[in-house]
Write a protein that binds this ligand. Structure first.
Ligand code: THU
Length: 160
């Protein structure tokens, strides 16, 4: 499958070795989730042009609306290192509830898509988004342009 975006999930084993590693890093990050309210542990891992991988996990709060998503946490980690040339980000999540299908794909929420789009604009490049099943069995390889078409961005502020 290589690095090409697709509109349907593929088995993890069909991804490049680098993409598989990024998905596994996202899965590993779920171990750091603080999700006592939703019981839905999310992990994200992004890689930058420098080859550095930054991870994030969701961080919930008793004031539910303050919760921080895994993708946002990973982007903040990259920002803290001033390493913002993100080329790809993987996300996965699993529920403590046995009712949720573990093979269901996890995609970034709307706010996270907007945040990823900001980083894409910084580098003037699309960012590949690897949306993984909770058990890593399948991965939907797409991109932020595909997930957030017609995005509002910096250019929107100065459009005339
Ligand atoms: N969550 C993420 O971490 N990323 C997303 O893109 C979707 C939602 C988290 C937020 C909350 O802690 C839990 O998943 C349930 O919504």
């Amino acid at each position: 499958m290589g690095d090409q975006p697709t509109d349907r999930p593929h088995p993890l084993a069909e991804l490049s070795a680098e993409d598989q590693a990024l998905c596994r890093a996202a899965f590993a990050a779920t171990a750091n989730a603080h999700a006592p309210y939703s019981r839905f542990s999310v992990g994200a891992a992004l890689v930058t042009a420098s080859g550095t991988v930054f991870r994030g996990a969701n961080l919930e709060n008793a004031s539910y609306g303050l919760s921080i998503c895994a993708e946002a946490a990973a982007l903040v980690a990259a920002n803290n290192a001033a390493d913002r040339a993100v080329t790809a980000i993987a996300v996965t999540g699993h529920s403590a509830s046995s009712r949720r299908d573990p093979t269901a794909i996890v995609t970034p929420c709307g706010r996270c898509r907007q945040m990823i789009a900001e980083f894409a604009a910084l580098s003037d490049t699309d960012i590949r988004v690897l949306c993984c099943a909770g058990d890593l069995s399948r991965v939907l390889s797409t991109s932020i342009d595909a997930l957030l078409p017609h995005a509002f961005g910096r250019a929107s502020l100065s459009a005339s």
